[in-house]
Design a protein around this ligand. Structure first.
Ligand code: EPU
Length: 427
C-alpha cells in the first residue's frame, strides 16, 4: 500500500503537461470493439482505469500492443467472448461501456455491476432504457447485467436524466443499429464529443454531439483508425487550482483552453489570473483569494469532478463561500479531512458553507475517492507542514505520474510504501 508524504507551503512554479482524458479513454477503448479491426489510440493516460480497460479488451480476445507509453494498437477482429470478468468489471465504473460496445457488435454482452468511486448511488436505469429502446432485452441477476438482442433497430430515446454514461452507452449500441437513432437530453461533455469523433473516424454517422440532441444513422460496419484522445479537462483543472491555492505560477500545457473555461471563469472570480494560449493556460495569483458561490452542473457548467479541489481553494478565501453539489449526493465526504486541517466548512445535504481560514494545518489524510484524493493533495500542498495521504490508489486511478509532475513544479512530495497496519488513522 502506498501513501503520499507532502511537505506543504511551497508555491508551485513551472510547466506541467496534461495527459489524455480518462473519461474519454475509458469510452474509446471499448468502442474499438465496434471496429472489428485495428485501431491505434494515441494520448492514452497511463492510469489504472486505462490499464483495466486494456486488460478487459485483451481478456475478450483483442490483440493489444503497446507502441509507446501513451500509444496502443488494438486489434479487435478476433474477439469472440462477450462476457467481461467479474473481477475486472468491478475495478472501475466505466466497465459498463463494454455493454454498449459488445451489444453493438455481437448483439449480446454481460458485465458485472461496475465498481468505481463511492460518490453516491450510481443507477444505470437510463443506460438500460436506451438499450431497450434499441430492441435489446436486459436482466440484472446476482450483480451481473446481461443485455441481448436479435438485431438492434434505431429508436428515439429521451433521457430522463442528463447522463454522461447513458449517452455514451447509447451511442455505442446505436452506431451499427439499423436505421436512425435520435438521442435527446444527452450529455454535452467534451468526452462525449471525443467519442463521437472517434466513432465517425471509424466510419460511423454520428451528428450533433456537443448539443442536446445526437442523431445517429446506423452503418453496416465500421473500420479501424488512428485516433488521439483529447486532453484531460479535470487533470488540467486540478493543476490550475493547485497553482492558485499555493500562490504559484504554473503553465498547464497540452490542454484545450475552451474545455477549461468553466474552471478558468471561477478561478478569475476568486482573484486568480488565467491567461489562455492555443494549447496551454497559465495560472498565477498575486493577491488574496476571494469567496465564491459555485453550483456543479453538467457541461458547460462547473464540473462536479472539480468540486472538491475548488472547495479546498475556497477554504482559504477571505469570506464565506457556498458550494452546491447537484450531480452526486455523496460528494462531500472529504470535508471531514479538511476540517481536521483547520478548515471551517459546514455541510447540510448538498450544500457546503465555507468560512475561509488563514491557513490549513498538516494532518493524516485519506483519499475518500479520486477527486477527493486530488483535493487532499492540493490541501496538503497548501498546509504549513508535512501531511500524509493514505488510499492513494484512488488518486492514481485518474492522475498519471502525479507525484513526478508535482515534483517538477517544485513540490516537496514523495510516494512511500506504507506497510499494512501502519496507517496513521483507521479507515
Ligand atoms: N443517473 C441516473 N441514471 C442513470 C445514469 C445516471 O439517475 O442511468 C444519474 C446519476 O445518479 C447522477 C447523474 O445522473 O446523479 C449523472 O451521472 P452520469 O451518468 O452523468 O455519471 P457517470 O457517467 O456515471 C461520469 C464520469 C464521472 C463524472 C460524471 C458527471 C466517467 C467514467 N465518469 O460518470 O467522473 O462525475 O460523469 O460528469 O465518465 C471522475 O472522473 O471522478 C468521475 C466520477
Amino acid at each position: 500500500m502506498e501513501k503520499f508524504v507532502i511537505r506543504g507551503g511551497k508555491p508551485l512554479r513551472g510547466e506541467v503537461a496534461i495527459g489524455g482524458a480518462k473519461n474519454a479513454a475509458v469510452a474509446i477503448l471499448p468502442a474499438t470493439i465496434l471496429a472489428g479491426g485495428r485501431c491505434v489510440i494515441e494520448n492514452l493516460p497511463c492510469i489504472s482505469d486505462v490499464m483495466a480497460s486494456l486488460q478487459i479488451l485483451s481478456e475478450l480476445g483483442a490483440d493489444v500492443r503497446m507502441l509507446s507509453k501513451s500509444t496502443y494498437e488494438i486489434d479487435t477482429s478476433r474477439i469472440e467472448l462477450t462476457e467481461v470478468s467479474n473481477e475486472l468489471s468491478r475495478q472501475m465504473r466505466a466497465s459498463y461501456y463494454f455493454l454498449g460496445a459488445l451489444l453493438g457488435r455481437f448483439g449480446q454482452a454481460q458485465v458485472a455491476m461496475p465498481g468505481g468511486c463511492n460518490i453516491g448511488v450510481r443507477p444505470i436505469d437510463q443506460h438500460l432504457k436506451a438499450f431497450t429502446a434499441l430492441g435489446a432485452k436486459d436482466s440484472v441477476d446476482y450483480g451481473m447485467i446481461r443485455v441481448e438482442s436479435a438485431g438492434l433497430r434505431g429508436a428515439h430515446v429521451f433521457f430522463d436524466t442528463n447522463s454522461v454514461g447513458a449517452t455514451i452507452n447509447a451511442m455505442l449500441a446505436a452506431v451499427m443499429a439499423e436505421g436512425l437513432t435520435v438521442l435527446e437530453n444527452v450529455a454535452r461533455e467534451p468526452h462525449v464529443v471525443d467519442l463521437a469523433n472517434f466513432l465517425n473516424m471509424m466510419g460511423a454517422d454520428v451528428y450533433g454531439a456537443g448539443t442536446d440532441v445526437i442523431k445517429i444513422r446506423g452503418v453496416k460496419s465500421l473500420h479501424g483508425c488512428r485516433y488521439a484522445i483529447i486532453p484531460d479537462q479535470i487533470e488540467a483543472g486540478s493543476y490550475m487550482v493547485a497553482a492558485a491555492v499555493t500562490g504559484g505560477d504554473v503553465t498547464v500545457r497540452n490542454v484545450t483552453p475552451k474545455h477549461l473555461e468553466p474552471i478558468s471563469v471561477k478561478l478569475r472570480a476568486a482573484g486568480c489570473e488565467v491567461e489562455e494560449y492555443d494549447d496551454a493556460v497559465r495560472v498565477w495569483r498575486t493577491g488574496a483569494l476571494r469567496p465564491l458561490k459555485i453550483k456543479t452542473m453538467p457541461h458547460p457548467g462547473f464540473p462536479t469532478d472539480m468540486q472538491p479541489q475548488m472547495t479546498v481553494l475556497l477554504s482559504l478565501a477571505r469570506g464565506t463561500s457556498i458550494v452546491t453539489e447537484s450531480i452526486w449526493e455523496n460528494r462531500f465526504r472529504y470535508v471531514d479531512e479538511l476540517v481536521h486541517m483547520g478548515a471551517n466548512i459546514k455541510v447540510d445535504g448538498q450544500v457546503a458553507v465555507i468560512e475561509g481560514v488563514e491557513r490549513l494545518h498538516p494532518a493524516p489524510l485519506r483519499a475518500t475517492d479520486l477527486r477527493a484524493g486530488a483535493a487532499m493533495v492540493i490541501a496538503a500542498l497548501a498546509a504549513d507542514g508535512t501531511s500524509e495521504i493514505d488510499e492513494t490508489a484512488y488518486i492514481e486511478r485518474g492522475y498519471e505520474n502525479i507525484v513526478e509532475k508535482l515534483q517538477a513544479l517544485g513540490a516537496d512530495v514523495r510516494r512511500v510504501e506504507a506497510p499494512l497496519g501502519a496507517l496513521t488513522r483507521a479507515v
